[in-house]
Design a protein around this ligand. Structure first.
Ligand SMILES: [Zn+2]
Length: 283
């Protein structure tokens, strides 16, 4: 009886199970849309063999919630940063609070942070200031970086280039840019996170042809849920909220364009994520 809710929410065609355990490196589980049924969401992820979830902390409030979640649920970890949208609120208080969060054992990366010149909710100058301050915090803690970039590829590369020798590792999460930007990032020795954007035959078309340029050991996978529900799912989903249990579908799509098996792609991206975020390799 207790599992009936878990079993009935996803239509049968969306009850995937990955051949290899997966790490969803970008799950916004502190989003209010998950409040009501978080326990079921996590149970469905486990049933799909998505064994590890990195919950994205986009500001102090959500990073603290992510840490709490990680303390309560095995297999969950947190990131702590200030999203470029919120960069206008950056000050020394915020910096100190982040610094304290980075000391928590549950926090495995600094971020999400970076540049978003697509919407400019904060000005580019405010974004660069908050971003560089967080690069400095990453050096202080030694943690890897979880980076967001939209329509700011060139500036991002310039800034990272000047910091590259001092920071440890960094992943460009939800990569959606072009081939030239991709190669710029790979030249900087960065990792690339791919989402269900690639499942969108209109917006994600260009990604399908450049995916093979990403060396398998530099690649990680993520849902960025509740956002970015894959457009080509084989069944309709009530409420259209994306969740970690659907990650195997994204892995299947990437594997197809990379010309490897789903299980192979799953296994290698999981190994990379465990190394990158320094997770206990119990999965
Ligand atoms: Zn993002």
């Amino acid at each position: 009886m207790t599992t009936s809710a878990v079993d009935s929410f996803l239509p049968e065609a969306l009850q995937f199970r990955s051949g290899a355990p997966l790490v969803d490196i970008g799950a916004n589980l502190t989003h209010e849309s998950f409040q009501r049924d978080l326990v079921d969401v996590i149970a469905r992820a486990k049933a799909a063999n998505v064994t590890t979830l990195i919950v994205t902390g986009t500001d102090i409030e959500h990073a603290e919630l992510a840490v709490k979640m990680a303390q309560q649920v095995p297999g969950i970890y947190a990131t702590a940063g200030v999203h470029p949208h919120d960069a206008s609120g950056w000050n020394s208080d915020v910096a100190n609070q982040l610094k304290a969060l980075h000391q928590q054992p549950e926090v495995v990366a600094v971020g999400e942070c970076g540049l978003d010149f697509n919407r400019n909710f904060s000005t580019p100058a405010e974004q660069e200031r908050a971003f560089e301050a967080q690069l400095a915090l990453a050096i202080e803690s030694g943690l890897p970086l979880f980076l967001h970039e939209r329509d700011a590829g060139q500036r991002m590369r310039e800034i990272l280039h000047s910091w590259r020798d001092d920071i440890s590792e960094a992943v460009i999460h939800c990569f959606t840019a072009d081939r030239e930007t991709l190669h710029g990032y790979l030249d900087l020795d960065l990792h690339i996170g791919l989402t269900g954007w690639i499942c969108d035959e209109r917006r994600g078309h260009h990604l399908r042809s450049i995916v093979k340029d990403i060396p398998l050991e530099r690649l990680m996978v993520e849902t960025d849920c509740p956002y970015l529900l894959p457009r080509n799912l084989p069944a309709k989903l009530k409420g259209r909220r994306h969740e970690p249990a659907l990650l195997p579908w994204i892995v299947r799509e990437i594997a197809q364009w990379h010309n490897v098996t789903e299980t192979e792609l799953g296994a290698v991206t999981t190994r990379t994520a465990q190394r990158f975020f320094r997770l206990d390799a119990e999965t």
